[in-house]
Design a protein around this ligand. Structure first.
Ligand code: HSE
Length: 312
């Protein structure tokens, strides 16, 4: 048996929900924005092949690859001594803020779970995804793996029963995402943040996130836009992302509703409910924000999350 799985790109934080909110992305032109992992049986050992636009940025030693480590973990846990052949199609740049490591981990664990007839249930698999992704990003936070796996916009709950749950999205919003072409390490971008915040910042953070969730349930777009503010990370990360602050100002001039950092950057996201304005923003970003190797997409939220992609 052989199977292939696709895991979409995701935006951690969505600006307002540091480590607590994340959304999966689907380009409106149908292009692929996520990694694919294929698994099939082999005689013995684990064999990992790398393909895709960003494969050459991965460690040369397969044992250092997180997908290899996911396969090793499954074989050990299930006490299997059979061989596995895996292919990682690396379609997302590493250190981009688009949930690149989450996409590889989620695709690999989902594919392995399917391959071995689903020994882990959804919540167990999600916790495993968080642990494996944490090995790369330096700490366990589910705001990329959860939306990547389950789709939609996911709010982290972290109760004993449930890691996260989906909240309603604004169906008519376009999310323009622009990856400038440089790579930033999540661990380093986390080091920029203070270890403590003022009480007033803590209150603003709680108010903005709860108001955003409230507005999402009420489907009150103008309320949602007015509170989509990042008081925890953006003030400390913005200047570490070349061109971000100027782009934010320009996108507002163009008429975008709000702009923020996707995950820990350098990808930015910008929101509008007008396709025409989205195209204008994309054009501006392509001319002014992107460097060599950068790209942009106009996206909707990907409601499906990770799925089988055999034969695609
Ligand atoms: N919530 C994380 C951060 C997302 O902003 O550091 C990055 O993976």
């Amino acid at each position: 048996m052989s199977l292939t799985v696709y895991a979409p790109a995701s935006m951690g934080n969505v600006g307002v929900g540091f480590d607590l909110l994340g959304a999966a992305l689907a380009p409106i032109d149908g292009s692929l924005l996520g990694d694919r992992v294929s698994v099939c049986a082999a005689d013995r050992g684990i064999n990992l092949s790398l393909t895709g636009r960003w494969a050459d940025k991965l460690p040369a030693d397969p044992k250092e690859n997180i997908v290899y480590q996911c396969a090793e973990f499954f074989l050990q846990q299930l006490g299997k001594d059979e061989g596995l052949s895996l292919t990682l199609e690396k379609n997302l740049p590493v250190g981009s803020g688009l949930g690149s490591s989450a996409s590889s981990v989620v695709a690999a664990l989902y594919a392995l779970n399917e391959f071995f007839d689903n020994p882990y249930d959804e919540q167990q698999l999600l916790r495993l995804m968080g642990q494996f992704e944490g090995k790369i990003s330096g700490s366990v936070h589910y705001d990329n793996v959860a939306p990547c796996y389950l789709g939609g916009m996911q709010l982290m709950l972290d109760t004993p029963e449930k890691v996260c749950d989906a909240i309603p999205t604004f169906e008519n919003w376009y999310w323009v995402v622009a990856y400038p072409g440089i790579s930033l390490s999540t661990a380093k971008m986390r080091e920029l943040l203070p270890s403590q915040y003022d009480k007033s910042v803590a209150i603003d953070f709680g108010r903005y996130l709860s108001a955003f969730v409230h507005a999402s349930y009420r489907q009150d777009a103008s309320m949602a836009v007015s509170v989509l503010k990042d008081v925890l990370a953006e003030p400390y990360r913005a200047s570490a992302i070349p061109g971000y602050e100027a782009s934010r100002a320009a996108l507002s001039e163009i008429g975008m509703l709000t702009t923020g950092i996707s995950g820990s950057g350098p990808t930015l996201f910008s929101v509008t409910d007008s396709l025409e304005t989205a195209h204008k923003a994309q054009q501006w970003l392509e001319q002014h924000y992107l460097q060599q190797g950068g790209f942009s997409h106009i996206c909707r939220i990907d409601a499906q999350g990770t799925r089988r992609a055999d034969g695609i």
